[in-house]
Write a protein that binds this ligand. Sequence first.
Ligand code: PMP
Length: 460
Amino acid sequence: MTNNRPDILTQQAIEADGAHMWHHLTQHQPLDGKAPLMVVEGKGMRVWDASGREHLDAVSGAVWTVNVGYGRESIAKAVYDQLIKMNYFANSAGNVPGGLFAERLIEKMPGLSRVYYSNSGSEANEKGYKLVRQLAALKNDGKKHKILYRDRDYHGTTITALSSTGQLQRKDQYGPFTPGFVEVPHCMAYRSPNGDDPDFGVQAACEIEKVILREDPDTVGSIILEPITAGGGVIPPPEGYFETVQEICAKYGVLLHIDEVVCGMGRTGKWFGYQHYGVKPDIVTMAKGVASGYAAISVTATTEALFNEFLHAPAEKMNYFRDISTFGGCAGGPAAALENLRIIEEENLLQNVTNMGEYFMGRFAELQDKYPVIGDVRGVGLFMGLELVKDRKSKEPVDESVTAGVVADCMQQGVIIGRTNRSFETFNNTLCFSPALICTKDDADQIVEAVDNALAKVVL
Ligand code: PMP
């Protein structure tokens, strides 16, 4: 952006937005009929607003999405080339990038072998739930139909995805919910009385077993978990947790569904978050980073064993997956995803994520020494959180005005950071960082300095 006056079309869009748009998670009153931030251009880690102001984006499009950064011409070109050749045909048929991306993706996920396309994280998760429900119907007349989810985890915005979400604030006013979803406790060490116990991870997983036994294992079909909980506070699992969850699932024939909507496609320094913990999921869902926001595509990936349950089920039981996703047949999605994956590989971005994640953690540890308000520094790769507390001993969360104040001050300094959402519970107090996988040391320094300046103003 060279000048700071919006062109005529942008000016028209700002007015039209104020008059007609209904923005997500937004109370429109303070906007007074005007558009919120209008983002008009992006390149690398940076975006420019309608006034020409530059922002360093430390959260990849606000919601952990633009993994390979803005302005990737090769992705735009791959999508263009595909769209003029063949833009759409329903997924009952195949398309070329759809098949090729499935193959490349499966290479990155040993143990999984089938790929189902749709358009959003919520939808991908719901496909996973439908597979579990239909499998139960095919195998034992629907008895093993219950789906477990964790307190604090988020799995999407549709009513059934919300039914499997452990965040009360997001669910409030949207009930009644879909039956058959059962909450289990989370594994957050920082807020557990026994969180320092070396066996805490195993103990937290065993809480899941208690719920399975209470509900009757013959009725529990699957459990869905975020590998590193995102919106619930950026919470990596404690040691031993996932390994024990895996054992429990195997013991009771419960399918393990990992929600990689945020962690997938390199965000944590491995292709998928679960790969840090040596587990073998039955279902993996992903969305945001799959095409870095260049196209809307999500994936529900499964094992061949699960696929075979449908393949070999008796025909009189309607033995095929009776789901349909109209836009799962958009060929531009996998075309973008193929190029996105190629970029991550060719630019060696997983290594950059690991290196830069370590660098950030060092810089955040310095900030923690300086500001007692930082109770906990957490993260894996380029996915990090700073939990702010009034007092390190009591761990009482700061008021929401503090996290909101830090975010607003960073914005003033030209750096966009995130925070967990307001909730009735205690997880409204974590600052979030998920820069693009191309983040450099200079970018990291600019982000940390902005947080440092903001904390100095807001809490000192
Ligand atoms: N799962 C997780 C872990 C998420 O964070 C989100 C979105 N933030 C979703 C699912 C839902 O994805 P979508 O908004 O694309 O439906």
